[in-house]
Design a protein around this ligand. Sequence first.
Ligand code: ARG
Length: 390
Amino acid sequence: MSRKVVLADSGGLDTSVAVRWLVDNGYDVIAYMADVGQPADFGKLKKRAISAGASKVIIEDLKKPFAQDFVFQALKAGAVYESNYLLATALSRPIIAKGLAWAAKKEKAEFVAHGCTGKGNDQVRFEVTVMALMPGLKIIAPLREWDMSSREEEIGYAKEKGIDIDVTKKSPYSLDQNIWGISIECGILEDPWNEPPGGAYRMTVDPKKAPNKARYLDIAFKKGIPVKINGERYDPVKLIMKLNKVGGENGIGRTDLVENRLVGIKSREIYEAPAGWILHNAHKALEALVLDRELLHFKENISLRYGELVYYGLWFTPLKKALDAFVDETQRDVTGMVKVKLLKGALSVVARKSPHSLYRKEMATYGQGDKFDRSVAEGFIKVWGMPYKK
Ligand code: ARG
């Protein structure tokens, strides 16, 4: 009896070739495909996996738990990596790896495998997750083992083995997409001095071609979670999809980053996250209204650390759990409404309100009705500045 392996299969060239390579190396391969909102024809991908030699294909819709438990948790935490990446890819890895590990348990497989390259972050995220959740599973990374080193060689292998791949439709970029955004790298983008060509983008229109009229959205939050757009209630997945559409039409959410990979190299990647940036900015604006200064400033440090943790593949760790307890506590009063304005690629928060607002007009005003007691300012400044008086 051959050894059973469950492979996280995206249906792309690498993983399709990996299916066959594993079969050739004596494994019974079960392909595990997770739906995290990437544009994919799962019927077609299933056929491809079978043509590559998989004995079974599991397709699992993870969109809802992904949105609820991963994306919105990161949103509450304010997680961003190196100021420009909302972590769409990084967030999807732990949930896919979790699904993979559970599939292996159900199938009584001794092995799991993934199709990540040997120089990227994703191999780390997959494997650390599997190690943390099911330490008994053995992990195979075919791309680190086989001696094919180029796309051309893989295509040759696929052709020779009769795997039905459509290489003609392949874009010049490496893409990874889910409901929270898309990551785009390789090709001409590998030179950081090259401006990304318009054709590289998938989720957003060129801001130049976006409507000349501003689009306004009222986003309602409850305890840090977005729940309504313009008065209409949406579940997490639909809410994100709606904002991706509206944001995308207005050219919102493009970023371009030379980032520090976990494995020590700098790489250049462009990202699109229309819903992500709308929600991130709106959420921060609401926090600015309801959180007191010390908590807000402290949380900024936590956001930084949280973003790093997600990027580093440390989702299922004690640190993440402890930070979540802090984050959830900070969100108790993050309920209210934020008005955002979208115009030709520009995203701005233009208004906000909350029953928990700490803003007091009678304190802030320079006009009539001022209640701020100026007489205490003098003493405060004397004490505050005392250490610096020579
Ligand atoms: N650099 C991003 C990360 O490490 C995305 C990686 C995947 N990108 C891709 N185009 N396949 O999270």
